[in-house]
Design a protein around this ligand. Structure first.
Ligand code: GDP
Ligand code: IMO
Ligand code: MG
Length: 424
């Protein structure tokens, strides 16, 4: 029995999907555990690019079971589109795809509210407008609609009526927008039942059954440590827990089920949307990282803010998640930089501080060290030994500074541009 959790350690877009696709070859089941279609997960296989928002990134391996765990919030229309698109590409999805009956459904009023609230905010969060926050809020208010609700149409209608009785006055009176009708929401839910009903299951029991049968389960995080609603840079965060607690809550697994927690870490840092980012480089080198790393959001197309590796961020991600190892991604993007900056600590008002003060991150200034860069093209490297000395030195320095062993290195977007640190 084995269960590995893969978690982004920065502000998302660390290359999680690429690593999930790589790790999935040793898994039987791949499970998303939180978030929703705010995620944009890119996998490149045989030169072909696939972008997933809800479907787990292990789906490209023909025989793996893929599960949308109970902790997600899913847009039923988007999920059906994604499945249809994959099937159009010749990838069989239906027979090995499970949607938790406890997953909450994002409906048009959630997306509308997401946009309306952003419009109203003085200080915008820069959400993806996918309705994530409003849907999680309804979950906590206990007026959410869950996937399993679609089977009992009469009760479902009552639930939708109740939700709209709460929502519609807000749209009409507060936001001067139109009210939603019960019928238009029921249309979406009826279609979802018809097309996806056979995939909706009790995922919590199923996952425990898989583990008891000796299957290997891989949990796929979305977003990243610093976007976590509890541990990140609130309020500039997402509305779920991408960290290890979310992996347990969002699947129904327990701590004893987890064997390994791997942090997916970019060799530099990016952030989409607003909020503090101590190592952001708003000058030429940040632009160069964006161009070299093609740092444009896969969900919204927004340019990602770019900056340098931040040790305190990873040290905190290690503490919160109990990282046993890391996969270092996008090392190739640093090729050609004469010097590579790494923030080895923070100071506030000239005084060095300890830790990652998530609530005061806008006050910190990074303390940088510089490492030698390299000019050689490393995108074809298949082992640590084949990397230039400066790249090897960079990896060793990051391990030492963060206290987490780097066991996998990624040097390009393709599945093949990945290798284990030690020969396996
Ligand atoms: P995720 O949200 O963490 O899954 O990451 P995204 O897919 O949003 O963004 C990562 C981007 O970097 C994608 O376009 C990947 O194809 C690409 N990528 C992943 N790993 C590497 C790598 O090692 N090198 C390069 N150059 N690109 C990579
Ligand atoms: P993946 O899984 C990067 C950011 C948004 C915004 C904040 C809140 O691809 O790494 P939300 O729509 O969740 O309410 O937006 O969180 N955000 C992400 N940034 N990668 C993601 O996912 C993100 N998902 C949400 O940009 O700042
Ligand atoms: Mg992404």
């Amino acid at each position: 029995m084995s269960c590995m959790v893969a978690i982004g350690t920065q502000w998302g877009d660390e290359g999680k999907a690429k690593m999930i696709d790589f790790l999935a070859k040793d898994a039987d089941v791949v499970v998303r555990y939180q978030g929703g279609a705010n995620a944009g997960h890119t996998v490149v296989v045989g030169g072909e690019k696939h972008i997933f928002h809800l479907v787990p990134s292990g789906i490209l391996h023909g025989e793996k079971v893929c599960v949308v765990g109970n902790g997600l919030v899913i847009d039923p229309v988007q999920l059906l589109n994604e499945i249809e698109q994959l099937e159009g590409e010749g990838i069989d999805v239906r027979d090995r795809f499970v949607v938790s009956d406890c997953v909450h459904l994002i409906l048009p009023y959630h997306k509308e509210l997401d946009a309306a609230m952003e419009d109203l905010r003085q200080k915008k969060i820069g959400t993806t407008h996918r309705g994530i926050g409003p849907c999680y809020a309804d979950k906590c208010l206990r007026i959410g609609i869950r996937a399993g609700d679609v089977f009992d149409r009469d009760t479902l209608r009552e639930k939708v009526e109740h939700a709209l009785a709460v929502k519609n006055p807000m749209f009409e009176k507060l936001y001067s927008r139109r009210a939603f009708t019960v019928d238009e929401i029921m249309l979406i839910l009826d279609d979802f039942r018809e097309k996806a009903g056979d995939m909706i299951k009790d995922s919590q029991t199923l996952l425990h059954d898989y583990l008891e049968d000796g299957k290997n389960v891989l949990l796929e995080g979305a977003q990243g440590f610093a976007l976590d609603i509890d541990h990140g840079t609130y309020p500039f965060v997402t509305s779920s827990n991408p960290t290890i607690g979310g992996a347990l809550l969002g699947t129904g697994l327990n701590t004893l089920n987890i064997n390994e927690v791997i942090g997916i870490t970019k060799a530099y840092v990016t952030r989409v949307g607003e909020g503090p980012f101590p190592t952001e480089d708003t000058c030429d080198e940040g632009d160069r990282l964006r161009v070299n790393g093609k740092e444009f959001g896969s969900t919204t197309g927004r340019p990602r803010r770019c900056g340098w590796f931040d040790v305190e961020l990873i040290r905190q991600a290690r503490r919160v998640n109990g990282l046993s190892s890391m996969a270092l991604t996008k090392l190739d993007v640093l090729t050609g930089f004469k010097k590579i900056k790494v923030a080895v600590g923070y100071e506030i008002a000239g005084k060095r501080i300890n830790g990652f003060p998530s609530a005061r991150l806008d006050e910190v200034s990074p303390i940088y060290e510089e490492f030698d860069g390299w000019d050689e093209d490393i995108s074809k490297c298949t082992s640590i030994e084949s990397l230039p000395a400066a790249a090897k030195n960079y990896i060793s320095a990051l391990e030492k500074l963060t206290g987490v062993p780097i066991t996998i290195v990624s040097v390009g977007p393709g599945r093949e541009a990945t290798f284990y640190r030690d020969a396996r």
